[in-house]
Design a binder for this molecule. Structure first.
Ligand SMILES: Cc1ncc(COP(=O)(O)O)c(C=O)c1O
Length: 492
């Protein structure tokens, strides 16, 4: 394994830490193995003793290494690896009936409580700290765009979106197996607008849409606002929506008009759909002639490990008949403040363009030009590599804290990428009770009841790992662990 190329702002000790994390991840150094001696590491990497000590201590603080007196550093058995995984959903039960979604009241209550009772520590969002994004480079790209076109802000923008950005996106989409031209792409206000338009393009009020269970609550809100019915399909925390359950649902409910899936790092589960599974899903949608809406907001945050690289391919890459509407976001990967997303709608492209025009007209040109310039350069891939590395550390530390502070019976999966963790509370403990008690302690979590129209996930919480891990976050997780422990104890 070779060390990744340095990024301009990444200190050498961090590069070495990231290299040894990869080595441990890949199993070349296993738990219990001794690390090379400090002297060997200095010689091998041509660095000073202080650099070697710095990265070794960093890996120790993240729970990858432990120092043994007079023997050096050893690869640790992380506590998080002892946590049981979240159970697979039951598939031997009849599908739930499709329902009109009633989530607005719950989401509004969550948002209002969040506003009224300010919190010091927020684990509830699915986003990264602003400093993890290339703010300075984007600002400079925006200034350059304005210098090049001084009348940019007073000129009309292009209906489908900036041609430059669309061609950059088309070129990058080759990486996930897509052969798109810039004409196939519509720029949107985030992925949320893309999903809204996709659903309106393929379905009417009263229609049924099959969704993952649990799912991103924003999708349930869209369905509620469009007066569509959600049919929640059991979804594996490992491999995504169950195609067997979907097949049964398609036989039972002939009025399903579309299926919406997040194949990579599903929110909130973190599941990754294997290639065979994606193809099977597409075949089902083709057979029943319904739209497959693929929400790919997170694939750039999935690690490129050997085990995972083959799964990072868009479902749309197998789509020959235009059955798939591909939607994505630049919010999580590039810049939350630009509110950019995009879609490639296959056979519904003309209708999508019409709906976008009717709904919000075109996106502003300036953010698109700034994004296009940055994404066209090699800086974007470097930024993504650094972001994934930082998220790895933050996820590992958060998971280690959960394994340390939460009571026995807590379950969790550790996805190979992304910015959230989905945690099952012990003894079916209500996440509503945890949410209330945590808010009193000024800690905010996303309770499981936001992610389903049913009450099936009431005993889960989703925790954000997008912020650099520090003493404040550690105190927050310790406090949360104590709250969960206290409430779980009362159940016994
Ligand atoms: C799966 C999924 N899709 C879409 C969105 C919304 O994307 P955007 O912020 O680009 O509108 C989110 C945001 O959390 C998400 O998790």
């Amino acid at each position: 394994m070779t060390m990744t190329q340095p990024t301009r702002h990444e200190p050498i000790y961090q590069r070495l830490a990231s290299h040894y994390r990869d080595v441990i991840h890949a199993g070349s150094l296993a738990p219990g193995d001794r690390m090379p001696s400090l002297r060997t590491l200095m010689r091998q990497h041509a660095v000073s003793l202080s650099t070697v000590l710095q990265f070794s201590r960093q890996l120790e603080s993240e729970g990858w290494l432990e120092a043994r007196p007079r023997s050096g550093y050893f690869v640790r058995h992380p506590r998080r690896s002892a946590l049981a995984r979240v159970a697979e959903p039951r598939l031997d039960v009849a599908p739930d009936p499709a329902q009109y979604v009633g989530i607005h009241a719950r989401v509004s209550e969550f948002v209002a409580r969040r506003r009224l009772q300010p919190s010091k520590i927020d684990f509830s969002a699915a986003r990264c700290a602003p400093e993890l994004y290339p703010g300075e480079a984007l600002k400079n790209a925006a200034i350059r765009a304005l210098r090049r076109q001084p009348d940019l802000l007073v000129s009309p923008s292009q209906a489908r979106g900036s041609r430059h950005l669309r061609s950059v996106l088309a070129k990058r989409a080759i990486n996930i197996g897509l052969a798109l031209s810039s004409e196939d792409i519509q720029i949107t206000n985030g992925c949320i607008e893309a999903l809204n338009i996709a659903l309106r393009a393929v379905a009417q009020p009263g229609d049924t849409i099959a969704v993952e269970s649990p799912t991103f609550y924003g999708l349930l809100q869209i369905l509620e606002s469009l007066n569509m019915r959600a049919l929640e399909i059991p979804t594996s925390p490992e491999t995504g929506m169950s195609t067997g359950a979907l097949e049964l649902a398609l036989q039972t409910y002939p009025d399903i008009k579309a299926v919406v899936v997040v194949p990579h790092l599903q929110n909130p589960l973190g599941s990754m759909m294997p290639a065979a599974h994606k193809q099977q899903l597409l075949r089902l949608c083709q057979h029943h002639d319904i739209a497959l809406i693929e929400d790919d907001s997170y694939s750039e945050l999935a690690n490129r490990s050997d085990a995972q690289a083959a799964s990072i391919r868009a479902i749309k890459s197998w789509d020959t008949g235009g059955q798939v509407i591909y939607c994505a976001s630049l919010h999580k990967t590039l810049a939350p403040g630009l509110r950019l997303g995009w879609m490639a709608a296959g056979r519904w492209q003309a209708r999508v363009e019409m709906l976008k025009y009717a709904q919000t007209r075109s996106n502003e040109e300036l953010p698109q030009l700034a994004a296009a310039e940055f994404m066209a350069s090699s800086q974007y891939d470097r930024h993504l590599r650094t972001l994934r590395g930082k998220l790895d550390v933050q996820r590992a530390k958060t998971a280690e804290a959960i394994a340390t502070y939460f009571p026995a019976g807590t379950r969790m999966n550790l996805p190979d990428g992304g910015l959230t963790l989905w945690v099952e509370l012990p003894g079916q403990l209500s996440s509503g009770a945890v949410f209330d008690a945590a808010l009193d302690a000024q800690i905010l979590v996303a309770p499981g009841w936001l992610f389903s129209n049913s009450r099936r996930f009431d005993h889960f919480v989703r925790l954000n790992c997008g912020w650099p891990y520090d003493a404040v976050l550690d105190r927050g997780l310790r406090g949360l662990g104590e709250i969960v422990g206290r409430l779980a104890h009362r159940l016994e």
